[in-house]
Design a protein around this ligand. Structure first.
Ligand SMILES: C=C1C[C@]23C[C@@]1(O)CC[C@H]2[C@@]12CCC[C@@](C)(C(=O)O1)[C@H]2[C@@H]3C(=O)O
Ligand SMILES: O=C(O)CCC(=O)C(=O)O
Ligand SMILES: [Fe+2]
Length: 368
């Protein structure tokens, strides 16, 4: 049994045909990037109307109730007044810019290996699609030092410090959000042993994912990051001022999550969906691209200690609400996701309702 998150893909290597494009040199969308099935659901565009993702001020005395409602109805919300400085986001943005603007050959010195988690490469889910995504990514689990030494032999230590600081702040915020989300369901510190004696989730695991979406000559036919749910408890996403993130809202279609200065997007992941015994949906989301503005996003993918069994919380299980999922560790689940992608959640489900096991089953795996 792999015991660290960095070992999660050892038994499920992902062989991505290493087709790395120099995006800046392309005038026309290559056929290998032209998606044919993009309009299955309508897009509601930039919405600040009734169908918009909730925005919650973390200092609001009603934050717990507001977060609980957002998690039940949307599975995603934006959070303001979270206490993280603008300077840290600026530092992360310049790190991201500095990384993705390196020549392809330089970036490939820090390429992710098929069995590995960390490094530069195409989105891990690319192997499920016949078309390529208009994006590149860099994943960090544990120390980025070895990869950063390859990329910036002179400047690596200042970039390592920025990552360390960002991860520290994200971990603190993720712990706080966890208790607000779970608190809204009546769950308290004594209900989750793996949160540790102080309830600070000290042993939690996490990955940091930097996503870059270059400007695209034909954005209506391209896909930045295909529709997926995250395999996490929760994900905290920073996006620069360029929009692109969309969430699927039942009955409405794709809803854009507009970038709001200083706000972070928080979404429920598959493991929190399991823990909440289905009360919180893990939201299906994707990133679209545009013609004029480069987009950068930074996802903090937060989960339990890699080998802790996650199952519906006993307080949320009763005769009328039987456990919907079997126990699964994060490492095991990541392996399942690497194998089954959007069918991973239903593969750990104990029984089905209404003929559908999970929201993803309606979406299936697309070929592009
Ligand atoms: C811990 C992880 C979750 C993730 C796979 C990873 O090992 C690190 C990258 C994460 C990410 C980010 C983009 C979308 C996603 C589906 C992918 O391909 O890589 C997620 C993975 C996930 O949540 O399953
Ligand atoms: O770039 C975005 O807005 C989405 C990124 C994302 O979904 C992820 O990294 O898991
Ligand atoms: Fe995601």
């Amino acid at each position: 049994m792999p015991s660290r998150l960095s070992d999660a893909f050892k038994s499920h290597p992902v062989h991505l045909h290493h087709k790395h494009l120099d995006f800046d040199s392309v005038q026309e969308l290559p056929d290998s990037y032209a998606w044919t099935q993009l309009d299955e659901y309508p897009s509601s565009g930039d919405s600040f109307g009734s169908e918009s993702v909730p925005i919650i001020d973390l200092t609001d005395p009603n934050a717990l109730q507001l977060i609980g409602h957002a998690c039940k109805t949307w599975g995603v919300f934006q959070v303001t007044h979270h206490g993280i400085s603008k300077k840290l986001f600026d530092d992360m943005e310049s790190l991201g810019r500095s990384l993705f603007s390196l020549p392809v050959q330089e970036k490939l010195k820090a390429a992710r290996s098929p069995e590995g988690v960390s490094g530069y490469g195409l989105a891990r889910i690319s192997s499920f699609f016949s078309k390529l995504m208009w994006s590149e990514g860099f994943t960090i689990v544990g120390s980025p030092q070895d990869h950063f030494c390859q990329l910036w032999p002179q400047d690596y230590s200042k970039f390592c410090d920025i990552i360390e600081e960002y991860e520290k702040e994200m971990k603190r915020l993720a712990g706080k959000l966890m208790w607000l989300m779970l608190g809204s369901l009546g769950i308290s510190k004594s209900d989750i042993k793996w949160a540790g004696p102080k309830g600070d989730f000290k042993g939690a695991s996490a990955a940091l994912q930097l996503n870059s979406y270059p400007t695209c000559p034909d954005p209506d036919r391209a896909m930045g990051l295909a529709a997926h749910t995250d395999s996490t408890l929760l994900t905290i996403l920073y996006q620069n001022t360029t929009s692109g993130l969309q969430v699927l809202r039942e009955g409405t279609g794709w809803v854009t999550v507009p970038p709001i200065r200083g706000a972070l997007v928080v979404n429920v992941g598959d493991l929190l969906h399991i823990l909440s015994n289905g009360l919180f949906p893990s939201v299906l989301h994707r990133a679209v691209v545009n013609r004029n503005c480069h987009r950068l996003s930074i996802a903090y993918l937060y989960g339990p200690p890699a080998n802790v069994q996650i199952s519906p919380l006993s307080r949320l299980v009763s005769r009328t609400h039987p456990p919907l999922y079997r126990p699964v560790t994060w490492n095991e689940y990541l392996g399942t996701k690497a194998k089954h992608f959007n069918k991973a959640l239903s593969s750990v489900r104990l029984f089905t309702l209404n003929g559908f096991a999970d929201v993803n089953d309606r979406n299936g795996t697309k070929v592009g």
